[in-house]
Design a protein around this ligand. Structure first.
Ligand code: DGT
Ligand code: CA
Ligand code: CA
Ligand code: ZN
Length: 582
């Protein structure tokens, strides 16, 4: 187990102990230990091997023993026994907003509630309102929270779906009976939020592939298993469907199950207009619904289907019936940006504010990944909860970045960290003086504490865009996927101001944000606004967000030329100086 996995187990032990009503010092010790592990900058394995766990804050002998066991064997009987000693539905109750371990324990002890279903029934029977310390109001709140959770439980963030799907896809690809395979559905279309995962395989031996699929690690429950398809529930709660088809049918099935439904409907209509029939089994001659192979128009790949329908190949990301047919018909589909075009990220955090890693570690990682530059844009003073920098610390950081860069220059490497800030957009203006901003390579301005008044938010953002020192606006809408709605805001007005002032807009590539939304980028592009795909990285494993963000940019029809951080360092430097010079 790596440190994050061990930390998760420790945190869960802490929670389980709380649910049992254990003494708070003991439970807190586990939560604290989990946090210490999460913050480690050297490999946990190494610390264990060198017998140095005792040096970590709060790690007594019992804890050292448990962590060592988890790292070396991957399991801990104490954890398993603890889990087994509590009703399995209890931890899920903690996910209901407003319910902490103490309340959950009381609900269990006093009303026998051990599942969300029972909790809901008890609310509806007015049993919670009667409970000491709960009342009508909190009963209504619990019901609301249950409904909220239900609405979102069937929807998952792209990154969670990818993390489940990619190992399974790899595994399928390695099976000797699998000829071709792919994800399909919303995942292949790179939607920001996914209902279920779809896999498609072509094979001569469907039963073998189906059996292999339902046996994959990560499969919690088999929901349905037939000769050519299966549905499973994965650990983590995402459903996955697999269909197995003959190889001749594969391109048709892939196009069909990639969707979107709206896109498919237009494809079918185009087929009918040409005296053909299109369905998941093929493209057939004639006007009757059929599966007859003798009538099938041979297509080796999806590309061939589009061609028979008078269209250029439409990349999956664009298959939303948002104008792709008109463009594919007249051969003006954009050549979409690729994630390998990206040379760095211009909005990221370090351990100087709320990031995990040091400047040195960040630089080393970016350099190793072959990137050309990486901007350090820690929070400004007003974001005190994120340990934002004041002017003095920012000046110190500029120097520290200079030292890191000097060491790369000395080795003859062209890699550079860029100095910067994610400066807060406050009611009165920006959190730093213009003179200080002018000394930074990169200035990202973000609204973190919005007003409830749309006009006020719009005004603040436009004012930030009008500042010649501000290169770009960060996570413009402020939405958190499946968690928080966008701020109230006149986005078109802000886009217009950005176009007029030469201010760029970030595509925040954090899978919790993907902000600005892909549906708005064509409008931004038409106005002449450039995009910057930023990781908003807080730890090294967030560097991978570049790939996710590039997929969202593709969904927004953006090309390499639309995205600033495809520029090499010299061209980027010129671009960064343009607004200031004007
Ligand atoms: P999701 O899972 O809700 O995120 O969205 P999708 O697009 O993955 O939808 P899903 O899993 O229900 O079905 C996969 C694809 O299969 C869908 O994108 C299009 C195709 N499909 C499914 N049902 C229909 C249908 O009734 N009509 C048409 N034309 N296509 C369908
Ligand atoms: Ca799906
Ligand atoms: Ca599905
Ligand atoms: Zn931010």
């Amino acid at each position: 187990m790596d440190k994050d996995e061990v930390a998760a187990v420790l945190a869960e032990i802490g929670t389980l102990l709380e649910l049992k009503g254990e003494n708070p010092f003991k439970t807190r010790a586990y939560h604290n230990a989990a946090r210490v592990l999460e913050g480690l900058t050297e490999p946990l394995e190494k610390i264990v091997a060198e017998n140095r766990l005792g040096e970590l804050k709060g790690f007594g002998e019992a804890l050292q023993e448990k962590v060592t066991r988890l790292v070396t064997t991957g399991t801990l009987p104490y954890h398993d026994e603890l889990k087994a000693s509590l009703p399995p539905g209890l931890p899920a109750l903690l996910e209901i907003q407003g319910l902490g371990p103490k309340k959950v324990k009381r609900l269990h002890d006093e009303l026998g509630i051990d599942s969300v279903e029972k909790l809901e029934a008890a609310c509806k029977a007015d049993a919670i309102a009667a409970l000491d310390g709960f009342g009508e109001k909190s009963q209504a709140k619990i019901l609301e929270a249950i409904a909220f959770r239900r609405q979102f439980a069937s929807r998952h963030r792209l990154i969670d779906a990818l993390q489940c799907a990619e190992p399974i896809l790899e595994s399928l690809r390695g099976h000797p009976d699998v000829l071709r395979c792919s994800t399909a559905g919303s995942l292949r279309r790179w939607k920001e939020v996914i209902g279920d995962i779809d896999f498609l395989v072509s094979s001569k031996h469907p039963a073998a592939v189906i059996g292999f699929f339902v046996d994959q690690p990560g499969v919690r429950t088999v929901l349905a298993q037939g000769d050519t398809k299966a549905s499973v529930l994965l650990e983590g709660g995402i459903q996955a469907d697999l269909r197995v088809v003959a190889d001749e049918e594969y391109p048709f099935a892939l196009a069909y199950f990639t969707g979107s439904k709206e896109h498919n409907i237009v494809m079918r209509q185009r087929a009918i207009a040409r005296g053909l029939r299109l369905n998941e089994y093929g493209l057939f001659r004639g006007s009757e619904e059929t599966r007859d192979p003798a009538l099938r128009v041979a297509c080796r790949e999806e590309r061939d289907i589009f061609e028979h329908l008078g269209l250029r190949y439409v990349p999956p990301e664009l298959r939303e019936d948002h104008g792709e047919f008109a463009a594919a018909e007249s051969d003006v589909l954009p050549r979409l940006v690729e994630w390998t075009d990206l040379r760095g990220s211009l909005h990221n955090h370090s351990n100087w504010s709320d990031g995990r890693d040091s400047l040195e570690a960040i630089a080393a990682h970016a350099h190793e990944l072959g990137l050309d530059y990486w901007a350090i844009t820690d929070h400004s003073r007003a974001s005190f909860q994120a340990n934002g920098l004041d002017a003095r610390r920012l000046e110190e950081q500029i120097e520290a970045v200079g030292k890191v860069n000097a060491s790369y220059a000395a080795e003859g490497s062209g890699f550079r960290l860029l100095t910067g800030t994610e400066v807060d957009i406050l009611k009165e203006g920006l959190d730093f003086e213009d003179a200080l901003l002018a000394r930074l390579d990169v200035v990202v301005a973000s609204l973190h504490v919005p007003s409830s008044d749309a006009a006020e938010n719009t005004r603040r953002l436009i004012r930030a865009a009008e500042n010649p020192q501000v290169h770009m606006l960060g996570h413009l809408s402020g939405r958190l996927l499946l968690e928080r709605e966008a701020y109230r805001l006149d986005i078109p007005a802000v886009l217009k101001a950005c176009a007029e002032t030469g201010t760029w807009i970030e595509l925040n590539a954090s899978p919790y944000r993907f902000d600005l939304d892909w549906r708005l980028w064509r409008q931004a592009k038409e106005l002449g606004v450039k995009c910057v795909i930023n990781c908003d990285a807080h730890r090294l494993d967030h560097f991978g967000f570049l790939r996710l963000g590039a997929g969202i940019a593709r969904k927004g029809w953006l090309t390499r030329g639309d995205v600033i951080n495809t520029l090499a360092l010299p061209e980027l430097t010129t671009a960064l100086s343009r607004k200031r010079a004007a």
